[in-house]
Design a protein around this ligand. Structure first.
Ligand code: NAD
Length: 285
């Protein structure tokens, strides 16, 4: 059996078309959605992520503002900029690209972003709202995964879902979203005793580990939906996921590739949150 490929580029293109139409409608009524992106330091991977986000905005008719700071910038300068952007009614989303340099208190920076403009969904209040099923900005990567599952009509209610990874930005919110959708969720992590036992009984297997080709075909239940969140750079410069695509695709029922899987969906959901924030602001105006 060869798995169905869940094409993140194609799904993104469709959703971004819909978002561009919504953004144009809002702009015509006087509220152009606007995302402010803050980048501190010269990490090349972060610079690429920021560039892709800015380009994604431009193509969807969303205004973007980019603020770049040197590696040795004082945290107070960045916090000052966040306060300024919080107070600016023309800005609907604020994103601080992670990771921040070591002398920053990452949590304090994320908490400084107004909950109404926290389009990454990392603020503790948004996380709390999400866990209680209240209106919240959902973190972009797991939200993108949910869209991918929806696109292939994966039954979620009663499904066994296994998430490998318990990070605040992927694993934990992923587990919350799958639970809310009615799946029975197991979260595995570096302390899990028998990982294969869990992965082999998953109807839906989400890998968010950060280890290249870690999940091999023998760890996958035949017919399972395998979602590969990982983005790893191999020594030859090529990108690969946390799943060994070649062996897993022969066992899985559906699988996401890397690149061209979850990655583009993450940016799409960021654009979606920014448009949503702008439309909430327009309703209030
Ligand atoms: P993280 O380092 O914060 O978390 C990794 C998790 O993997 C941890 O919870 C850890 O317990 C678990 N883990 C590590 N070794 C393990 C093992 N041997 N067995 C079981 N679990 C193990 O990483 P993260 O920020 O969640 O990112 C994970 C991956 O997803 C990375 O490759 C990252 O680049 C990628 N990522 C992709 C996107 C995207 O847009 N596609 C977005 C965010 C992160």
């Amino acid at each position: 059996m060869t798995a169905r490929i869940i094409d993140g580029n194609a799904l993104s293109a469709k959703l971004r078309g819909e978002l561009a139409a919504k953004a144009a409608e809002l702009t015509a009524k006087g509220t152009q959605p606007c995302l402010a992106v803050i980048l501190v330091g010269g990490d090349p991977a972060s610079a690429v992520y920021v560039r892709n986000k800015v380009t994604g905005c431009e193509k969807a008719g969303i205004k973007s503002l980019k603020f770049e700071y040197a590696q040795d910038t004082a945290p107070a300068d960045v916090l000052g900029k966040i306060a300024e952007l919080n107070a600016d009614p023309s800005v609907h989303g604020i994103l601080v690209q992670l990771p921040l340099p070591k002398h920053f208190d990452e949590k304090a920076v994320l908490e400084a972003i107004s909950v109404e403009k926290d389009v990454d969904g990392f603020h503790a209040e948004n996380v709390g709202r999400l866990s209680q099923g209240q209106e919240a900005f959902i973190p972009c990567t797991p939200n993108g995964v949910m869209e991918m599952l929806k696109s292939i009509e994966t039954p979620l209610r009663g499904a066994e879902a296994v998430v490998i990874g318990r990070s605040n930005i992927v694993g934990k919110p992923m587990a919350m979203l799958l639970t809310a959708a009615g799946a029975t969720v197991t979260v595995c992590h570096s302390g899990t005793r028998d990982l294969n036992f869990h992965t082999r009984r998953a109807d839906i297997l989400v890998a968010a580990i950060g280890k290249p080709k870690f999940v091999t075909g023998d760890m996958v239940r035949p017919g399972a939906v395998v979602i590969d969140v990982g983005i790893n750079r191999l020594p030859d410069g090529k990108l690969c996921g946390d799943v060994d695509f070649d062996s897993a695709k022969d066992v899985a029922g559906a699988i996401t590739p890397v690149p061209g899987g979850v990655g583009p969906m993450t940016i799409t959901m960021l654009l979606a949150n920014t448009v949503e924030s702008a439309s909430r602001a327009a309703r209030k105006a």
